[in-house]
Design a protein around this ligand. Structure first.
Ligand code: NAG
Ligand code: NAG
Length: 403
């Protein structure tokens, strides 16, 4: 591993985060899908779509996308499923692989009313009743704690109200699983609103993750924290021109490798070229990475260092915030929703030991855990992998039928 270049890369990743979104022309060519909004994409591929907005108690305006039914039906089912994306992702990631591979479409065709959430701060939910994300650093003072404790419950309540249901299915990927554990431990009354939760690449404990970039980031998180604070960087939005430059220096040859290695999301999470469908690269690059706060990334770095699944570490301010020197741990024993964990061996972020420890901590709520049969399957293949429908989504759909 080239430590020095990787370190520079990590620091620059942060410093360049402050730059405005740059042109993403390198792999976009003129693929129309890269520039379409989520509703435009879904409409283009012949599915019904709705966009909804909901405001949180602290003023964040969140966007939800809904595919109310599939192609073979024109009635809305009373089986409601809520999908929550991971770090640097958005509702787009459930549909951008197309109608044969996108979990959003597949669930709609299976007879579900599909709702796709967006946490505060990503491109879809970059809005607030009084704060301006471009000017007010206060807008960015959150991590995935707030997404789990405030945004996801707000969106779930909204979905239940619109659909007239009392409970729904919840599927999360990566940070979308973290936010589920945060919600059900911080606000246990939400356990009853979820029939069953499916964790694709579960993330709670992180001290066995193997991502080289995250390791470097965790190791240098103290100085990086100081640096980002000094220069006033709050939004984690890697600049694509810089990524392309870094990619030339660090990445292997080949179009797919270059395209993925220069995407911050893949640089952090890893990728397997054999699971990647080159056709979707332009639309993927057009929608991902979808933005996050620096503190979302920092909160994960803290987990890598502490080995604990606990609230954000504010350092000296912990006493003020929590009345203790260390942040309180999320109490997994308060989680009672049946949870299914799907994990894999080649996942840089969700290490097997960490997933097994999570299952132990969940006790009876850990309904079952499934090791994905493909050993090359990695963290992002749950979203984009060519074989995801065959080896992951089919499993989830058959488990959902049992609840
Ligand atoms: C690649 O993606 C395209 C567009 O969604 C799709 O038509 C094609 O079937 C996919 N190929 C594979 C091997 O999954
Ligand atoms: C932000 O929300 C306000 C109030 O609902 C709305 O008028 C405005 O169009 C939104 N801005 C963006 C960029 O979505």
């Amino acid at each position: 591993m080239q430590v020095i270049p990787l370190l520079l890369y990590t620091i620059l990743l942060f410093v360049y985060s402050s730059a405005s979104p740059a042109s993403r022309t390198a792999v976009l060519d003129d693929d129309e899908d890269a520039y379409l909004t989520v509703p435009e994409l879904i409409t283009k591929y012949g599915y019904p779509v709705e966009e909804h907005h909901v405001t949180t108690s602290d003023g964040y305006i969140l966007t939800l996308h809904r595919i109310p039914h599939g192609k073979n039906s024109d009635t809305v089912s009373d089986k409601v499923v809520f999908l929550q994306h991971g770090l640097l992702c958005s509702s787009a990631d459930w549909v951008l692989t197309g109608t044969t591979h996108g979990l959003g479409y597949i669930l709609a065709d299976e007879g579900y009313d599909v709702w796709m959430g967006n946490g505060r701060g990503n491109h879809q939910s970059r809005n607030h009743t009084s704060l301006d994300p471009d000017k007010d650093s206060e807008f960015w003072q959150f991590s995935w704690h707030e997404i789990g404790a405030i945004d996801v419950p707000t969106m779930i309540d909204y979905v239940l109200e619109v659909t007239g249901q009392t409970s729904l299915y919840h599927i999360g990927h990566s940070q979308g699983t973290t936010t589920f554990y945060v919600m059900t431990s911080m606000r246990p009354e939400y356990n009853a609103k979820v029939k069953a939760h499916f964790s694709l690449a579960p993330i709670a404990f992180m001290n066995h993750m193997t991502s080289p970039l995250m390791h470097i980031l965790a190791f240098w998180s103290g100085p990086l924290d100081l640096l980002t604070e000094l220069i006033g960087i709050n939004e984690f939005l890697p600049n694509n021109e810089f990524m392309a430059m870094a990619g030339d220096a660090l990445c292997g040859d080949g179009d797919i490798t270059q395209a993925l290695c220069t995407n911050a999301l893949f640089a952090i999470c890893g990728f397997s070229p054999e699971e990647m469908n080159a056709t979707i690269l332009p639309v993927l690059t057009g929608h991902t990475p979808a933005g996050a706060s620096v503190n979302q990334v920092m909160h994960y770095a803290q987990e890598i260092n502490s080995g604990a699944f606990r609230q954000f570490d504010f350092g000296l301010e912990n006493l003020d915030k929590y009345g203790a020197l260390t942040p309180p741990a999320y109490d997994l024993s308060l989680i009672t929703t049946p949870i299914y964990l799907l994990y894999s061996h080649n996942d840089w972020m969700a290490g097997e030991e960490d997933v097994l420890r999570l299952c132990d901590g969940l006790g009876n709520a850990c309904a079952a855990k499934y090791l994905v049969s493909d050993d090359s399957f990695n963290h992002l293949d749950y979203l984009y992998g060519i074989r995801a429908p065959e080896i992951v989504y089919n499993k989830v759909i058959s488990l959902m039928a049992g609840h």
